[in-house]
Design a protein around this ligand. Structure first.
Ligand SMILES: [Zn+2]
Length: 98
């Protein structure tokens, strides 16, 4: 996680403590998913980013890594499929040239 690294640890602690005390509600997982895909703008984007990176909400960061893992799995499957199809069509093209 970059961004939190350059933050003064004492300040980060304060921010987290304030956030916990104030009980600022967690964004809906749909928001986290949208934020992950740059689908949010303005205040919503800032709110989710702050919540995840500065407040370091353990629940929402768990949701985020879960979403990322699922996204990676979803991306990996079609890529493999595409590679297979490319290989197959290349093989077909080579065969047809004879
Ligand atoms: Zn949260």
């Amino acid at each position: 996680m970059s961004g939190a690294d350059d933050l003064d640890p004492a300040l980060a602690f304060t921010v987290a403590a304030v956030w916990r005390r104030e009980r600022i509600s967690c964004p809906h997982p749909d928001w986290i998913a949208s934020w992950m895909n740059d689908g949010l703008d303005g205040g919503a984007q800032d709110f989710v980013r702050f919540h995840l990176e500065e407040s370091q909400c353990p629940y929402c960061n768990a949701t985020l890594s879960d979403l990322r893992a699922r996204e990676d799995a979803a991306k990996a499957a079609p890529m493999q499929d595409l590679k297979d199809r490319l290989l197959r069509s290349t093989a077909t093209a080579l065969r047809n040239r004879r």
